[in-house]
Design a protein around this ligand. Structure first.
Ligand SMILES: Nc1ncnc2c1ncn2[C@@H]1O[C@H](COP(=O)(O)OP(=O)(O)OP(=O)(O)O)[C@@H](O)[C@H]1O
Length: 361
């Protein structure tokens, strides 16, 4: 018998989906625990929405080995009967109904009586700080308020899994950041499983317990936000996570965690391996964030560089530096180092330089 305390709230194994000749998902598997905030991250066309539609039942997959919600096999269960609800970017609210009626709607179609439905809807509105606007029309609300109504409406029916399809995409930057915090708080209060999709790495890293990075209908890498941010395993993941510098080289030596890489021009530098399978002699990339590079003493491990351009951006200064291994981007938060043309030797902490295989880019 399966143990309900450890069984995932959502389990999808080997889903394949095709639209005609386009394969939108190829053998994607993911799972989420009760109360987990899982984010599916990827650029446009990577298959995020298709994945959500397969989970919600709006799309029948070409094939799937296992599709379970709350321990129940839902492969053949119609969308309306699955214990999950989707929140969309465009809110999908009923404009002719009041805020309260919108939130109570899902309960009414589940045959909850009017008094109970209104009481539960008010509680859900209180959770998103909109109780005072319960009797307003949807047209009298701002974009952020509408999205909060959509959230209240989605959680009022107590789904086991809440699916969120770029729900903050239509909001301006400031409001988006406020709503990110509100969403996280709501998710914790409800202890509900959230599956959130976004193309924003910043949003994914801020909110999630775990992130699944997708590319061309496959999972590129998944893990805790810090694993993806600090330990990308492919060039695509490093690019997506905002690594400004990716230098090609060859792995010369390695131990359990660190590697020595010979870069173009013959300089040898150390970094941290993100893939245990890498072997000496392998073609690799060494990735570095612009803001993790700094001036070090002459003779210390690193690269010599000549400043080729410098742009003052208020809070920080961006620089381009020519080195024997290629051009490096640097970002300084403490004024620009190197007022002269030649910078001091450039170095970094060994844990800030990540090494991954050069193939499979
Ligand atoms: N109804 C459809 N008919 C044909 N192809 C489709 C259809 N829906 C999606 N696709 C294709 O399937 C692939 C995955 O699309 P999907 O919408 O899942 O990606 P996405 O990551 O959600 O993108 P976005 O961020 O732009 O919404 C894309 O190549 C897309 O063009």
């Amino acid at each position: 018998m399966t143990d309900p305390t450890t069984e995932p709230m959502l389990e999808v194994t080997d889903v394949v989906h095709k639209y005609g000749t386009v394969t939108a998902l190829s053998n994607v598997s993911l799972s989420a625990q009760k109360g987990e905030f899982l984010t599916i991250l990827g650029s446009s066309g990577s298959g995020k929405t298709t994945m959500l539609r397969v989970i919600s039942g709006l799309e029948t997959p070409y094939s799937v080995k296992r599709l379970r919600i709350g321990g129940e096999d839902v492969t053949d269960v119609p969308a309306a009967k699955r214990r999950c609800t989707t929140v969309f970017q465009n809110y999908a609210l009923f404009p002719h109904m009041s805020v309260l009626e919108n939130v109570a709607y899902g309960l009414r179609i589940r045959k909850v009586n009017a008094t109970d439905a209104a009481a539960q809807a008010r509680r859900a509105l209180a959770m998103v700080q909109l109780e005072a606007k319960a009797d307003r029309s949807i047209r009298q609300l701002s974009g952020g308020e509408r999205q909060r109504v959509a959230l209240a409406r989605a959680v009022v029916t107590r789904p086991l899994v809440l699916l969120l399809d770029e729900p903050l995409g239509a909001l301006d930057e400031r409001l988006r950041q406020d709503m990110q915090l509100e969403l996280m708080e709501l998710q914790r209060k409800l202890d509900m499983t959230f599956v959130y999709i976004t193309h924003s790495q910043e949003e994914a890293l801020t909110m999630s317990d775990r992130v699944v990075l997708m590319r061309h209908g496959k999972i590129e890498q998944s893990g805790r936000p810090l694993d993806l941010f600090d330990r990308p395993q492919t060039r695509f993941a490093a690019d997506f996570m905002g690594y400004e510098n990716i230098l090609p080289g060859r792995l010369i030596e390695r131990d359990a965690t660190l590697g020595l890489v010979e870069l173009a021009g013959g300089t040898r530098v150390r970094g941290t391996l993100t893939n245990a399978a890498l072997q000496t002699g392998d073609a690799v990339n060494l990735a570095l964030r612009a803001e993790r590079i700094g001036a070090v003493a002459a003779g210390a491990e690193g690269l010599d560089g000549t400043l080729s351009s410098k742009v003052y951006r208020g809070k920080y200064t961006d620089m381009l530096v020519e080195t024997p291994a290629g051009q490096l981007r640097l970002r300084s938060w403490h004024g620009a180092p190197g007022e002269t043309e030649t910078l001091h030797r450039l170095g970094w902490k060994v844990e800030d330089a990540v090494i991954f295989a050069a193939d499979g880019t």
